[in-house]
Write a protein that binds this ligand. Sequence first.
Ligand SMILES: N[C@H](CCC[C@H](N)C(=O)O)C(=O)O
Length: 303
Amino acid sequence: MASETRPFLKMNGLGNDFVVWDAREKPLRLTKDQIAKLGDREHGIGFDQMITVERSTCGVDAFMRIHNSDGGQVDACGNATRCIGRLLMEENAKDLVTIETNAGLLHAFDAAGLRNVTVDMGKPRLNWDQIPLAEEFADTRAIELQIGPIDEPILHTPAVVNMGNPHAIFWVKDVEAYDLARVGPLLERHPVFPEGANISLAHIFDDNQIRVKVWERGAGLTLACGTAACAVGVAAARDDKTGRKTTIHLPGGPIGIEWREGDGHVLMTGLTEVEFEGEVDIETLTWRKTAGGDAPLEAGAAS
Ligand SMILES: N[C@H](CCC[C@H](N)C(=O)O)C(=O)O
């Protein structure tokens, strides 16, 4: 059978990187194994998530399908939502677009400054069975969970928040003081999280400024995680540790969060970048670059 070549965009949101397919005209269905092979940074293209843009089923601008680099499909990806929002706004010369996801309809709009995009990520889900947790916890601002020796736990009593995907946030004094590559996978798959969890270490270091490091479910350590930034901003404000407007400082850069008074929606603002264009032979999974991406931003141009 003649092999099929498909074009793709390589993008990132603050270093959290994606391969983006446009499957609105021609559906694309890859197996879990094919996705994991393409996601592999040594032998494949390498990405944290694979994003497939499909026709909307409800008449909005597009449907966004998300797979982690382990090949598993998930329902939310904040950084990718900003990237797809930018593509759709540029394509349609609009400054507001609506993206359908399995976690609901998300609105992306042009934020101040070049390539900055704001997404309304909707409301956080905060009840134990919405995270979900395997057992009932009345107060999801701090649940009984710890890792390490009973008398001297390494990490304990996280806040939990669902932003369309499950998050656990551990408050620490120094995000670099922990071997997140070691404890992350243990916590990601802890029995208290029946659907797994994205694991954040969060250090509030100034007025409404929070440093965060993330171990992502199905992807591992990433330079940034948009839904984690939302979850941390909500968890901090909910527990009166900060105000409702925070800046989340991830290894890949800052994300602005506002947990809006009134409707309780979470607004997330940050950069997007097109790294390059490429094409993949779907049969052999060999790939090549076909064009460049965004010109480098002048220092400070994005803000
Ligand atoms: N690893 C996440 C999906 C990607 C989230 C992240 N890349 C973001 O920007 O929100 C999960 O399994 O729920």
